[in-house]
Design a protein around this ligand. Sequence first.
Ligand code: SAM
Length: 309
Amino acid sequence: MHTNVEQIFSFIDTESTFIEEQQSGTYLEGVVYALELWITNKKVPTIQEAEKEQIRKAVQLAILKGMKKSVQVNHQMTPDAIGLLVGYFVKEMAKDKKELAILDPALGTGNLLYTIMNILPTENHAFGVEIDELLIQLSAQTAELLACDIQLFRQDALKPLLIDPVDIVVSDLPVGYYPDEETAKDYFLHSEEEMSYAHHLFMEQSMKHVKPGGYLYFLVPDTIFESKQAPKLHKFIKENGWIQAVIQFPSTIFKTKGQEKSLLILQKKSEELNAPREVLLAKVPNMSNKEAMELFFQKIDIWQEQNAK
Ligand code: SAM
């Protein structure tokens, strides 16, 4: 007896492999084709009623397979281990909210955003921005299968966005130099000496699109506060927000050395709120160590309780 995840994956895999073998497209384009068949009811996987998480996981497995076959720099899906942990923080910190508007300005396949939305018990409305056509197509189809309330924008997220301020921003930021210097000039965080860092500009754009008191959850390089452009970033954060937490992930999650990321949680300043009593600085233990993980979550709960006082 196959599970729903296996059945869905096998359905997408068969159709995608067919497209690849016929040479009418890549495996990833085949995933788009398979999802289209499913959405339009032309062909569907043989499943019992599937839960949202089962659909997300199966689609994710197929996309990962496609990304491995034809490697492209911007085709980087946020791993589940990270998504689940970010989801834990978002859920804990939004406990008192009945409804959330969430933005991911670097949506990619949507895996990070949908992982979080599947964890949240609240009613949510999301906005996603992505520059890559294939990725936004995949994320749109996944959203449809998950019956997820989302508005998508295919554009450069650093150009003006027609999105009202949201409660929360979550994003696995694209790291590196931003090539459009003309657009970069409009940002406080642009660099005078060299090309500006895209991940810094994304943080500024996100801050602009979050409500006062709203939270921003960014996956950023471990070394973000050590770079040449870091002093300006420090100044920007100090003027506009509060650092709530910096959480380092174990390097084993990341495929290549030098790609390690941390979760940086910021809150946009608000006149009605005070700065956090204590910034949480933590390192996620080896995730297969159950005891160490329990201790880690206890530490977060204590910090969260103290901060809420
Ligand atoms: N969280 C995503 C997921 O789970 O699939 C992965 C995000 S990936 C690390 C960063 C994404 O930013 C890539 O999909 C890339 O195409 C997108 N990106 C890079 N520059 C962009 C820009 N200027 N505007 C919008 N999206 C951009």
